[in-house]
Design a binder for this molecule. Structure first.
Ligand SMILES: NC(=O)c1ccc[n+]([C@@H]2O[C@H](COP(=O)([O-])OP(=O)(O)OC[C@H]3O[C@@H](n4cnc5c(N)ncnc54)[C@H](O)[C@@H]3O)[C@@H](O)[C@H]2O)c1
Length: 437
């Protein structure tokens, strides 16, 4: 095992940059402000509410995660971001209709003070949106420089010592592999030549990594999942993580599928469909944008169930995922799963899940944890892909030769063991035979 890293202290203020300030970003900001005032509980956040067992079960050492690892204090966070619409965070939250008036009113002044900077936006990647609050630099290379200036100015003006970025912007159209993505040189040439393969989100990622700002990607976009970005992150010693926040239906899938597999129950079919009516749903209504999401959603079952290892149980599983834009529901999504399972001697059974979830309520704590853990990773000197944060993603990024780990419980163990290792504590194997003669 590698020796634990040297961890720099979380001194001073942390800037949290949010490229894309919509439902998720505004719910995240409002929730942190509410937690600071003690008027909203950060439920769902491992950094705020999670505990971690240390040593033997007989030792009864179970501190809160935030008391065990030195994380940024919520009171010392500055929020900033970009959007193609100029509304401030209060107006965004009002339009998103995720949080009630009674929760937003006490935060009004603070939310109103958070205004998005002008965005880098090439509409061909998100055709359903038409924003005017955008930069007009002539090349994609110049856009990178403009974003870098925004980052430097914000950090300076707000008196921050460090920064992280979490992409909360829209899902872009599906992008095929391109030679532009292969190396730093090919990507930088593409930026100068306004190459179509370089999307808006990639420009943000490039700018952040150039500024040594860790970047986590909450959408299925490829922005930090191309070779050139991996190389840049390694060279610049910057942590990156992605992709696509694991919330509603995929969260359920990665909770249920490991359980069915552990019991060696076969699965013949898994049909997932849902209705949602927020702006994200509207963007995903475009087949080209849905394709990006579909790919990120489909991978989980295959990796958890290992059909090649268990051909009889999972070899001919039919997996289908549908998203339907249905405005009346707003951010309150309803997701249905029909799972056709097979038991002893091949007898069929069915499981039906009806999850009436709130998308942004599930995503907001993920944004907070990613911001704090990416800052921790940065202070620990971790660079490149942060596989230990797979827990938060639908389609976790890994080193080139590895398959991703989708099982939520393995992901949780990986995360907590990384924290134990970072702090020089013994890892927990759950073997347990030391308690018996
Ligand atoms: N809510 C969830 O549970 C969930 C789960 C997984 C992933 N996601 C992803 O998180 C992202 C945000 O979701 P949301 O519900 O907040 O969506 P949203 O539509 O409310 O917010 C996205 C915001 O990004 C802005 N935007 C688009 N392109 C931009 C650009 N180039 N620069 C700056 N801003 C840009 C849009 O104007 C919008 O305000 C989406 O990509 C979504 O797919 C959300």
């Amino acid at each position: 095992m590698k020796p634990p890293p040297k961890l720099a202290k979380a001194d001073g203020k942390l800037a949290v940059f949010l490229p894309g300030m919509g439902a998720v970003a505004s719910t995240f900001i409002a929730g942190v402000l509410a937690a600071r005032k003690g008027i909203g509980s950060p439920i769902g956040s491992v950094t705020q509410m999670g505990t971690i067992r240390l040593g033997k079960r007989t030792e009864n050492r179970v501190p809160l995660v935030k008391d065990f690892v030195p994380l940024q204090d919520l009171n010392a966070i500055e929020f900033a971001g970009w959007d193609i619409f100029p509304e401030n965070a209060y107006e965004i939250a009002q339009n998103a209709k995720v949080l009630d008036r009674e929760h937003l009113e006490p935060l009004k002044a603070e939310l109103e003070a958070i205004k998005p900077m002008k965005a880098v936006f090439y509409p061909q990647y998100v055709k359903r949106l038409h924003g005017t609050h955008v930069k007009t630099e002539p090349t994609k290379a110049a856009m990178v420089e403009a974003l870098r200036e925004d980052i430097r100015n914000t950090i300076k003006e707000r008196g921050c010592t460090r920064a992280v970025a979490v992409w909360c912007g829209s899902t872009e159209t599906y992008m095929e592999p391109s030679p532009v993505y292969d190396t730093i040189e090919s990507f930088e040439k593409g930026l100068l030549e306004n190459d179509d393969a370089i999307t808006s989100s990639m420009i943000y990622a490039w700018a952040c990594i150039k500024e040594k700002v860790p970047f986590a990607n909450g959408s299925p976009n490829l922005c930090v999942d191309i070779a050139a970005v991996h190389e840049l992150a390694r060279i610049n010693d910057v942590p990156i993580a992605g992709k696509d926040f694991k919330t509603g239906q995929t969260l359920m899938k990665t909770i249920l599928a490991p359980g069915l597999k552990a019991r060696l129950l076969g699965i013949k079919g898994w049909f997932s469909t849902n209705i949602l009516g927020n702006r994200d749903g509207e963007v995903l209504d475009d087949p080209e944008n849905f394709k990006t999401k579909e790919i990120s959603k489909l991978g989980a079952l295959d990796h958890i169930l290992q059909p090649k290892v268990y051909p009889e149980l999972y070899g001919d599983l039919y997996h289908k995922v549908r998203i339907n834009y249905y405005p009346p529901r707003g951010d309150s999504k309803e997701g249905w799963d029909n799972i056709d399972i097979v038991g002893w001697m091949g007898y069929p059974m069915q499981i039906k899940v009806d999850f009436l979830c709130r998308d942004s309520i599930l995503a907001a704590p993920i944004v907070l944890d990613l911001a704090l853990f990416m800052d921790l990773a940065n202070r620990a000197g971790f660079r490149g892909v942060q596989e230990w944060l797979s827990f938060y993603f639908k389609d976790p990024m890994t080193a080139k030769k590895l398959y991703p780990e989708h099982d939520l419980f393995i992901q949780s163990m990986k995360l907590k063991n990384t924290l134990r290792w970072t702090m020089g504590e013994e890892l927990i194997t759950h073997l347990g035979n030391e308690y018996y003669d």
